[in-house]
Design a protein around this ligand. Structure first.
Ligand code: 5GP
Ligand code: MG
Length: 176
């Protein structure tokens, strides 16, 4: 396994992302006028470490919840037909939502999560991903906050798994 992004580089970039996210919300009337917490929705399970580190670096008010999708079940490294298998409990009507995921590949996960969350008529939905595979994501799937653009290789660590393993690594590595 080859280390791709070390722990210090990850943490430095996540601090920068937290500043970018703070600046965005602090510049928005909808946040400034209401001071309503931004609902941070992590995509389980891969986002947990990124989400935990990111939210502790944010200055804006937040509430935390989760959504679970299944895209890479079992030992597969190839996408299967995704579905939503867990939805947030937090009331989302009129809420400002930030969906947080570990990696943006084809964009199917963000698309599906947005469709699901839109059912409850939130006010705004923004997205943040730690990693984005270069050239892979569908051009009409935008992501508002991106940590690193990486090559199109299967990666593990810092929440990302292969067959449930390697999530606990403090760095991101190319699997294999
Ligand atoms: P997308 O739906 O954008 O194609 O893929 C996003 C989801 O697929 C991520 O949340 C992640 O769970 C999984 N995924 C995509 N690429 C990788 C990868 O390189 N490694 C791992 N471990 N998971 C990936
Ligand atoms: Mg995922």
């Amino acid at each position: 396994m080859k280390k791709l992004i070390d722990e210090i580089t990850l943490q430095n970039r996540i601090s920068e992302m937290a500043c970018e996210i703070d600046s965005y919300y602090l510049s928005q009337d909808f946040y400034r006028n209401t001071q309503e917490p931004v609902i941070i929705i992590g995509v389980l399970t891969g986002s947990i470490f990124f989400m935990a580190d990111l939210v502790r670096k944010l200055s804006i008010k937040t509430k935390l919840d989760f959504i679970r999708t299944s895209v890479y079940p079992g030992k597969s490294t190839k996408p299967k037909k995704p579905k939503i298998i867990w939805t947030p409990n937090t009331p989302l009507n009129d809420a400002n939502i930030l969906i947080v995921d570990d990696i943006l590949d084809t964009g199917i996960t963000f698309k599906l999560a947005k469709e699901q969350l839109n059912i409850d008529y939130p006010s705004h939905i923004k997205t943040a991903t730690l990693l984005r595979k270069k050239g892979k994501s569908n051009s009409n799937i935008n992501c508002d906050f991106v940590g690193f653009d990486i090559e199109d290789k299967f990666v593990v660590g810092y929440g990302l798994d292969y067959d449930g393993k390697y999530r606990e690594l403090p760095y991101v590595a190319i699997w294999g």
